[in-house]
Design a protein around this ligand. Structure first.
Ligand SMILES: Nc1ncnc2c1ncn2[C@@H]1O[C@H](COP(=O)(O)OP(=O)(O)OP(=O)(O)O)[C@@H](O)[C@H]1O
Ligand SMILES: [Mg+2]
Length: 497
């Protein structure tokens, strides 16, 4: 048995009356990867934030290589060899990559920042990780996935003994995921250990030596990956067995109502000549590799990207939205993939975030009704099974997956006719995913038109009626879900590469 790098003993933590962690025990051996799974709100991020010095624990001990530690802040943790890549990235977008790497520990020479050394060290770091990043690039100009890779490189640069990765692959491309895994394997050989938090089963099995499952703040199991399988993990996570991953897709699509004709966009990445028709009450999937133009297409339909040629019509009427408000007024809704940037008011409550896009409907005689707003918030908390203490809680105090539920709930309140969903289940646990699938099918049955983007092959095959595949900003083909398979989708997604 190799030496233990990290031991957690009897860890407990409450937020107010909400006991989030309850007597947790966990062990991570040197040079190994521990997968940490559990439903949204189970306590995964909180557990690691206690270790990292962001939250103060109530009870319990952390031992690092056998020695008791208690970090008061992340700086102390980093200096002692514990690094963490957070679920929600917190970067200075207007600064360069190098600045972000060395924030808080700038190398200095004669009292001023030694920028030459910073650049040199950055280049060395990226080279050692086989990553192609220019350290002078301004963060904002990079894609989310590239930013996430920078964050991972930063964690590595601290020469940590243990690195916590909290849902690191949520917006990585398949290539980047494989690159991350090879970095993890290389570092493992050097004795570095990882705690790998993820909802993605196949990744967990690919990269983890052991798997631990949290449920409602309690440690339910810790086992060798080779000694467990998917079914057992799901049962451990949700407390019951889920016999199916997808509900029956038993909606009955009606006549065509949304028609996109020869649509092209004006600014890069330019979408070219896209045409398709979607039926009322249909669940229409959009598949493609990351960067194929799926989000851009949804944004064009929603009026936030400039269209150069082509038409969009709904129920026989031509539409040309000039902004998102316009689109919303015509019954369109868009749930974006980057909730932190586009969908969420972080400094506000669940209630505020639920009612904000729909204020007019909570007015009585022209005045906002506190009661109606509270009812709306309660309705969506119940419908989405959002795990929270009350609707007055700040949305940022929710776990990542539960934040996503609030965002979807806010759009439900508008009862849109056309629902555009961009990766709606990203970061959401298996049980909640199932609930969102049910919700999508229910909306389709109510006659809503749904276009859903997903990068998860089983998901897109599991919940749609038809699937359009995009490749390199063009439409590569449309298939019936019932008669297609993974191979066909992959072939189409490579059509114009
Ligand atoms: N700063 C905070 N204040 C109050 N409650 C909090 C705070 N941070 C987390 N919580 C609560 O602690 C619980 C656990 O949250 P945590 O973020 O650890 O879940 P998680 O397992 O990481 O979930 P996810 O998979 O959605 O990321 C949740 O019920 C959440 O509402
Ligand atoms: Mg989390």
């Amino acid at each position: 048995m190799s030496e233990l790098v990290l031991q957690i003993k009897n860890l407990s933590k409450s937020f107010g009356k909400n006991k989030v962690l309850d007597g947790i025990n966990l062990e991570v051996p040197e040079g190994s990867v521990l997968g940490l799974m559990g439903e949204n709100g189970a306590g995964k991020s909180t557990m690691m934030k206690c270790l990292f010095g962001i939250y103060a624990k109530d009870e319990g001990q952390f031992l690092l290589c056998g020695k008791q530690v208690s970090f008061k802040n992340p700086k102390e943790a980093l200096e002692s060899g514990v690094a963490m890549v957070h679920q929600e990235l917190n970067q200075c977008l207007d600064r360069s990559v190098a600045d972000n790497l060395f924030l808080g520990r700038y190398p200095k020479k004669f009292g001023v920042i030694d920028e030459a050394k910073m650049l040199k060290d950055s280049i060395k770091l990226f080279d050692s990780l086989n990553m192609n990043v220019n350290p002078r690039t301004i963060m904002r100009t990079m894609s989310v996935s590239q930013r996430q890779m920078v964050e991972i490189a930063k964690a590595v640069s601290y020469d940590a003994k243990i690195i916590v990765l909290d849902e690191p692959t949520s917006s990585l491309t398949e290539n980047e995921v494989q690159k991350l895994f090879s970095i993890v394997r290389e570092l493992k050989k050097k004795g570095v250990s990882f705690v790998y938090i993820s909802h993605k089963m196949d990744e967990i099995f690919q990269v983890c030596d052991q798997i631990a499952v949290l449920r409602d703040g309690k440690m339910i199991m810790q086992k060798q990956s080779s000694e467990t399988e998917m079914g057992e993990l799901i049962t451990a996570m949700v407390g019951r067995s889920l016999d199916k991953r997808f509900p029956d897709v038993d909606n009955k699509p009606g006549d065509y109502c949304l028609e996109i004709n020869n649509l092209s966009t004006k600014y890069a990445p330019i979408l070219e000549n896209i045409s398709f028709k979607v039926r009322k009450g249909e669940i229409f999937g959009l598949y493609g590799l990351v960067g194929a133009g799926r989000s851009e297409l949804l944004e064009s339909l929603f009026g936030v990207r400039t269209i150069s040629t082509g038409t969009i019509s709904y129920a026989g009427k031509k539409l040309r939205f000039s902004n998102s408000r316009d689109a919303m007024e015509h019954g369109f809704a868009l749930v974006t993939e980057e909730r932190k940037l586009n969908g969420m008011f972080g400094k506000d409550t669940i209630k505020f975030n639920t009612v904000i896009t729909n204020l007019d409907s909570y007015k009585t005689a022209g005045i906002l009704s506190e009661r109606k707003m509270a009812e709306a918030a309660e309705r969506e908390i119940k419908q989405m099974h959002t795990k929270c203490v009350s609707s007055e809680e700040l949305i940022t105090s929710l776990s990542g997956g539960n934040q996503q539920k609030v965002i979807i709930g806010k759009w439900m309140e508008r009862s849109p006719e056309v629902f555009l969903l961009d990766e709606p289940t990203r970061g959401i646990d298996v049980g909640a995913k199932y609930e969102i699938y049910q919700l999508i099918i229910r909306m389709a049955k109510e006659g809503k038109t749904i276009i859903v983007v997903s990068s998860e092959m089983p998901e897109i095959l599991g919940i749609t009626n038809r699937i359009a595949v995009m490749s390199n900003h063009r439409l590569a083909g449309i298939v019936d879900t019932a008669t297609t398979d993974q191979e066909a989708l992959l072939k189409l997604s490579a059509k114009y590469l």
